[in-house]
Design a binder for this molecule. Structure first.
Ligand SMILES: NC(=O)c1ccc[n+]([C@@H]2O[C@H](COP(=O)([O-])OP(=O)(O)OC[C@H]3O[C@@H](n4cnc5c(N)ncnc54)[C@H](OP(=O)(O)O)[C@@H]3O)[C@@H](O)[C@H]2O)c1
Ligand SMILES: *[C@@H]1O[C@H](CO)[C@@H](O)[C@H](O)[C@H]1NC(C)=O
Ligand SMILES: *[C@@H]1O[C@H](CO)[C@@H](O)[C@H](O)[C@H]1NC(C)=O
Length: 266
């Protein structure tokens, strides 16, 4: 009768939906990391020789600086501490002597456009092909808003660092990238942006902004620390993440993280 036909059709539709969902998930894992998981020539996409990296003297940012220098990009390094910038510069120039390096000490907790003006002027003097919006701060530990360690000053710093730099830096380099019709922007976000996470509000919300405002390329790393499949070193993580540039516009950057996230999607 009519009912069994309707149920029959609905059943098949449901199955098709589930199959589609699973296919999507597999696609998201296999295309960037298995099928297209080879090293990419970023120069064609970047269209200019300089790579600008925020928070470039430690962890993920430093790994981006090293590997972009390895790919023969000139690097413009930004972080707070000049001595760390000098050390990183020395390390890069020893390993890759032909690469040009510029450094600038800048504290991204700076809250106004005027604070950025000198930095933005300096950026306009070089041809920027790649911008890595890496700098970010997390809460030391998740906590209800009024009991966050460091109090309101910490809340102000964290929300500023996780939101303003990506807006100021991206809009500044986009001017030249759009004219050139080439360029790569990598937003380093976080797994916390994917889910609503209790007590991580300022951090997670800031990472949301980086991830969902728009256009070019975002990476959301999960945990990066020790040498293992689940938690790669920053070097291993960045090597994998750079291979996805131009293949997908939004990804975790690392296959085991991608599997974790996509599994949640099912
Ligand atoms: N590590 C992880 O497992 C993980 C997971 C998810 C997301 N992420 C995200 O990945 C990004 C990098 O994380 P990471 O763990 O590699 O960071 P990290 O090891 O703490 O490195 C921080 C870098 O940023 C600089 N920096 C810190 N605060 C700054 C400020 N206010 N102004 C300018 N520079 C500043 C530091 O140099 P100075 O101290 O000299 O300024 C250093 O070069 C962040 O956006 C983070 O949220 C990391
Ligand atoms: C960094 O290097 C520059 C020159 O390369 C030097 O003038 C400056 O004193 C150094 N700064 C620190 C803090 O080591
Ligand atoms: C990266 O962040 C900037 C600033 O929010 C945004 O304009 C850009 O579209 C973001 N990229 C992606 C892929 O979301």
């Amino acid at each position: 009768d009519a009912w069994s036909i309707i149920l029959f059709v609905l059943g098949y539709l449901l199955l098709a939906l589930v199959a589609l969902r699973i296919l999507c998930v597999l696609y998201n894992i296999f295309v960037p990391y298995v099928l297209c998981g080879c090293r990419r020539d970023l120069h064609a996409r970047a269209g200019a020789k300089w790579a600008v990296i925020t928070g470039a003297t430690d962890g993920i940012g430093k790994a981006y600086a090293m590997q972009l220098a390895e790919q023969n990009f000139n690097v413009f390094l930004i972080s707070r501490t000049q001595s760390k910038l000098n050390d990183t510069m020395k390390e890069i120039s020893t390993r890759f002597p032909s690469v040009k390096i510029m450094t600038r000490a800048f504290d991204f907790t700076a809250p106004t456009y005027e604070d950025y003006q000198p930095l933005i002027n300096e950026l306009s003097t070089i041809k920027v092909g790649i911008l890595v919006n890496n700098v970010g701060m997390a809460l030391d530990c998740p906590e209800v808003l009024h009991e966050v360690e460091g109090g309101r000053p910490a809340l102000a710093r964290i929300s500023t660092v996780n939101t303003l730099p990506v807006l100021m830096m991206s809009s500044a380099v986009l001017e030249q990238m759009v004219t050139r019709k080439k360029g790569v922007i990598i937003n380093v976000t976080s797994g916390t942006a994917l889910n609503e996470m209790a007590y991580w509000n300022v951090y997670s919300a800031g990472k949301h902004l980086k991830g969902y405002v728009g256009t070019l390329h975002i990476f959301g790393p999960m945990q990066v620390e020790t040498m293992s499949f689940l938690e790669p070193s920053p070097e291993k993580y960045v090597r994998s993440a750079l291979r996805t540039v131009g293949v997908v516009s939004e990804t975790t950057g690392y296959i085991s993280h991608q599997i974790q996230v996509r599994r949640q999607a099912i």
